[in-house]
Design a protein around this ligand. Structure first.
Ligand code: 13P
Ligand code: SF4
Length: 341
């Protein structure tokens, strides 16, 4: 039987570790089936004890599955929020329940902390699409043009960049530079989206997200015929025909806020599909139309490997200090610009 869930609202990404979560026995009520809770609860109890022993905090991206998102995470958010939370935390250990670039960013902004990623294979197709050497070549080709780099990149790439951005502040970051042309790396679709929202000329790289590039405008039009009145909200990593068809475009947190503020009767979130599971928990009046595309990298993170990360203090994320110092400048410039709204 499903119970009324006890949850921390999605629009409250921060809390002091070990102070406000409901008891482990209540966290997953109504969120995962009882049969799974029997297995998960002892693991989560173990994680709670290890967090205290190690003075650790678990940061979780919005794409984490509900067992992690509601059962394990201390702090949650989109890429920008996670970078900010990592910079602010007083815990000694940060476990990143997300992908490698998020863990690296945490280490860059808070280098004295031990940052752990539970599975080193949790990468990102965007981060893999470009190297620091590629950025140096682009700078030679377009001398004097500032480089704006999506955080979905390695520390090496950030170190070669003028400023970073996330999907929640890309337009604001580009406009903050006060120039008429930028090099935007590496997501061609986010770059095109930014170009459509500004008068700034955008030089693109051919990177893309293996999750968001799968959606098409035709597919969304098909869903509209099947669910007339459905509100379609999309992540800006989607191709232009998808974004044209969407009623709203925003980061993962932007999409969460859209649902909380507008309470649509039916919604289709055009993004990684674990997020709809999380948002649905807190949106009882909304029906979610769910084409499901999962990110294989995000899916690498499990309750078990978070526990193992804390038991064995693995896998520590290390960024070479001279690279980290240069990358930090680009990330801190982004943090100073802040979110779009
Ligand atoms: P957000 O910054 O919107 O959370 O996006 C991160 C990401 O990897 C999307 O695929
Ligand atoms: Fe990278 Fe796409 Fe996965 Fe996000 S969803 S981590 S952009 S591959």
């Amino acid at each position: 039987m499903l119970h009324t869930p006890t949850v921390i609202p999605l629009d409250r990404p921060t809390r002091a570790p070990q102070t406000e979560l409901p008891p482990v026995s209540e966290r997953l009520e109504g969120i995962v089936p009882d049969v799974e809770r029997v297995v998960l609860e002892p693991l989560i109890e173990e994680i709670e004890a290890l967090k205290v022993e190690r003075n650790a905090v678990v940061l979780a991206h919005n794409y984490m599955t509900p067992d992690i998102f509601y059962g394990v995470a201390d702090l949650r958010g989109d890429s920008l929020q996670l970078a900010r939370l990592a910079a602010e935390t007083e815990a000694d250990v940060i476990v990143m329940a997300g992908v490698h670039f998020m863990a690296e960013t945490a280490k860059i902004v808070n280098p004295s902390k031990t940052v752990l990623i539970p599975d080193t294979r949790a990468g990102c197709s965007l981060a893999e699409s470009i190297s620091g050497a590629d950025v140096r070549l682009l700078r030679e080709r377009y001398p004097g043009v500032p480089v704006v780099t999506y955080v979905n990149t390695s520390a090496d790439v950030k170190a070669e960049s003028d400023i970073c951005c996330t999907s929640s502040n890309a337009v604001k970051v580009v406009e903050s530079l006060g120039v008429d042309r930028v090099i935007f790396l590496p997501d061609q679709y986010l770059g095109r989206w930014v170009a459509s929202q500004t008068n700034v000329d955008v030089i693109l790289w051919q990177g893309s997200c293996i999750v968001h590039e799968k959606f098409t405008g035709d597919e969304l039009r098909h869903y509209r015929t099947m669910w007339p009145g459905v509100e379609i909200i999309a992540h800006p990593e989607c191709p232009p025909d998808v974004l044209e068809e969407a009623d709203f475009v925003g980061s993962t947190s932007g999409m969460i806020h859209y649902v909380a503020d507008n309470k649509p009767r039916q919604v289709l979130m055009v993004t990684e599909c674990s997020m709809a599971d999380n948002v649905a928990v807190e949106s009882p009046g909304t029906e979610f139309v769910r084409p499901c595309v999962l990110c294989p990298h995000m899916q690498r993170i499990t309750v078990e490997n978070i526990r193992d990360a804390l038991v064995h203090m693995r896998h520590e994320v290390v960024v070479e200090p001279t690279v980290a110092d240069r990358a930090r400048l680009a990330v801190e410039r982004m943090l100073a610009v802040g979110p779009s709204k």
